[in-house]
Design a protein around this ligand. Structure first.
Ligand code: G3P
Length: 218
């Protein structure tokens, strides 16, 4: 399973890259706004800075909701760097744009996925990646496991080659679940990835090893 970080924070991306576990980056308009990135050229320049940190795929989301606008944005975004992936929302004109971009050999990430039906449509349109939002589903007491399981099963039965990119990750447990349920990629805050490290018995065991070493070598 590939590890992407879900952020527009350059320091967070660099930290993940330094750990040697970074396979790519996803952003969205809220993450860009959170970093205070605004204005067309500033936004493009920021995506370029992200692409200079990683050779992995970097998802840049369109703002337009009409087909012509999405395509116009995509043609600009794709020229930023070879690893730019165009992020498209699951709406009617988005499906049309996914299909058109797929026909041009341009990689895409279909986002804001909350149902298996949407996942089928995105794969049919040729999306490279599919972003089911686990956290937002669990936030309303639905079960993201069931969604991921259903999508993975349908994609396997139908031999759909769109990659499941588990998104809206809130915790290390979401990462483990995504891995268990067959996601190809998980995109998360670095904090969730670092949370995978933690187990009290590891800390206790290491402390004992070091204490015994110190005792034997004093
Ligand atoms: O960037 C897509 C997705 O990962 C955002 O998730 O729910 O944390 O805003 P969320």
């Amino acid at each position: 399973m590939k590890f992407f970080v879900d952020t527009a924070d350059l320091e967070e991306i660099r930290e993940a890259a330094d750990m040697g576990i970074l396979d790519g980056v996803t952003t969205n308009p809220s993450l860009m706004a959170k970093q205070g990135i605004s204005g067309k050229q500033n936004i493009l320049d920021h995506y370029k800075r992200i692409c200079e940190i990683t050779d992995g795929d970097v998802s840049a989301e369109v703002i337009s909701t009409d087909f012509d606008g999405m395509m116009e944005e995509a043609m600009v975004l794709k020229d930023i760097a070879p690893n730019i992936v165009i992020k498209i929302p699951m709406i009617r004109d988005g499906v049309k744009a996914l299909s058109a971009l797929s026909g041009k050999g341009i990689k895409t990430n279909c986002t804001l996925i909350f149902s298996a039906g949407q996942a089928i449509l995105a794969a049919k349109a040729g999306a490279t990646y599919l972003s089911p939002f686990m956290g937002r589903i669990d936030d309303i007491s639905w079960d993201s496991d069931l969604l991921l399981e259903e999508i993975a099963e349908i994609y396997e039965i139908q031999e759909m080659d769109t990659e499941i990119l588990a998104a809206s990750i809130r915790s290390p447990l979401h990462i483990v679940k995504a891995a268990r349920l067959g996601a190809h990629v998980v995109t998360c805050p670095l904090k969730a990835i670092l949370g995978l490290l933690n187990h009290p018995l590891t800390d206790i065991g290491l402390e004992k090893f070091l204490a015994d070493h110190r005792k034997a070598n004093s």
